[in-house]
Write a protein that binds this ligand. Structure first.
Ligand SMILES: Cc1cc2nc3c(=O)[nH]c(=O)nc-3n(C[C@H](O)[C@H](O)[C@H](O)COP(=O)(O)O)c2cc1C
Length: 195
């Protein structure tokens, strides 16, 4: 949630993702979503390949999306019980807005695959920043569906494409509590020449 939209450092220092199931209406309208996606597409990208795609699952397609996910889940787990199927259905219906981020690398390009996939992760992060900048909250999740071939195919993914995540956007039902962050000393070092 954007605590102080007028202060970028304050926002970046306090930004938190929300749990998708905690996101409530309103979500972005069509104009706001276009603006959010425009921010997401403004992402570092070696070679100008735009090796990512955003698949919007509109509200009136959530039931069909849930049916597709459920069928894919049953394909993986033919003996799935009611509780599991209900959880899949709930996943598909949570939050007012859902954008699936696909990594769509150009494998014929001279740009390494790794760099193209890094750009996709950056695009997903920018999607979250865009949502926050427009006054919404967001959460990036993956799970079994991100690795399921039938789900990927239904999203239009090609053989080299991968689901980077499901980004749910809406208004925060409750403010997310802070979580532990890594100590800088654990993640930052200062280079020196090796003997
Ligand atoms: C690629 C990726 C996949 C993720 N998948 C999940 C997930 O399936 N379930 C989950 O609870 N959090 C998942 N997370 C973590 C949350 O999106 C988020 O990073 C975490 O809640 C802390 O977010 P914050 O630092 O923005 O507050 C994933 C994060 C990334 C980068």
């Amino acid at each position: 949630m954007l605590n102080d939209p007028s202060s970028l450092p304050s926002y970046l220092a306090s930004r938190r993702s929300s749990r998708p199931r905690d996101l409530v209406a309103p979500g972005p309208d069509a104009t706001q979503l276009d603006a959010i996606l425009t921010i997401a597409a403004r992402t570092p990208d070696h070679g100008k390949l735009a090796p990512w795609r955003f698949v919007v699952v509109a509200s009136d397609r959530r039931d069909a999306f849930a049916a597709m996910l459920t069928a894919a889940y049953r394909g993986e787990k033919p003996n799935a019980g009611r509780v599991e199927i209900d959880a899949v259905d709930a996943f598909a219906h949570q939050a007012p807005c859902l954008v699936v981020v696909l990594s769509t690398p150009d494998t014929a390009s001279r740009i390494p695959l790794w760099e193209q996939q890094l750009s996709c992760g950056a695009a997903a992060m920018n999607l979250i920043h865009g949502a926050h900048a427009h006054g919404f909250a967001a959460g990036w999740v993956t799970g079994w569906a991100s690795f399921n071939a039938a789900v990927a195919a239904s999203l239009g993914a090609g053989p080299d494409d991968r689901i980077a995540g499901f980004v749910f956007i809406g208004s925060p039902g409750e403010s997310p509590a802070e979580r532990i962050r890594p100590a800088l000393a654990d993640v930052v070092s200062h280079w020196s020449p090796r003997p």
